[in-house]
Design a binder for this molecule. Structure first.
Ligand SMILES: C[S@@+](CC[C@H](N)C(=O)[O-])C[C@H]1O[C@@H](n2cnc3c(N)ncnc32)[C@H](O)[C@@H]1O
Length: 184
């Protein structure tokens, strides 16, 4: 499951804008998944499409690791965090290609429209599994426009082999989406 095409920085405006927020409303998508005080990994955060809302939802005592390959994307996240005065709860981290490079355990991990861009999705799934706390949740969302159903299902099967359990399938516009749980 990979096309190894990384969404370029000049597309950032297409990812995070008011139309996208209508279609993929963060409050609606995450309202039952995020609790105050939690720590969250936003992997492939891009321009911070979901990072800021995730940080608001986790509250003052929570934190969000905004992780991306591209420094330019992370610079945009930092600008937004500054604008909303929530810089203290957002840790930006430039990861290596298919190497997360983080060790602090998190309660919740998000990979929204990013896994198919990875050259090594299985090793990334393992990294996500390892960084999650027991009972932690991983929300995988992939674009129907770029990913065939069978390819998405193969990723879910790979996640299950690693140890994830399917908690629930979710309806997200134009997307394949599943909440997986780390059960050990
Ligand atoms: C299509 S964008 C999605 C951004 C955001 N999650 C959203 O839904 O708007 C995919 C992002 O994943 C990042 N990315 C791709 N491969 C990655 C990898 N192996 N590790 C971390 N980030 C990656 C890209 O740099 C890009 O910012």
């Amino acid at each position: 499951m990979t096309n190894e095409h990384v969404c370029p920085l000049h597309m950032a405006g297409l990812l995070d804008n008011w139309v996208r927020r209508l279609i993929h409303n963060p409050k609606k998508i995450f309202h039952d998944l995020i609790k105050k005080g939690q720590s969250v990994l936003d992997l492939g955060c891009g321009p911070g499409t979901f990072t800021i809302d995730l940080a608001k939802m986790t509250g003052e005592k929570g934190k969000v690791f905004a992780v991306d390959l591209q420094k330019g994307m992370l610079d945009l996240v930092e600008k937004k965090a500054d604008k909303f005065k929530i810089k203290d709860r957002i840790i930006v981290h430039q990861c290596g290609k298919d190497e997360l490079g983080l060790t602090e355990p998190v309660d919740f991990a998000l990979a929204f429209y990013m896994l198919h861009e990875s050259g090594a999705p299985e090793s990334l799934l393992k990294d996500i599994f390892n960084i999650l706390k027991p009972e932690g949740k991983f929300f995988l969302v992939e674009p129907k426009m770029h990913i065939k159903k069978e390819v998405y299902l193969e990723a879910v099967e790979n996640a299950k082999k690693i140890g994830f359990h399917v908690e629930s399938n979710r309806k997200i516009t134009a997307s394949w989406a599943v909440v997986l749980k780390k059960v050990i």
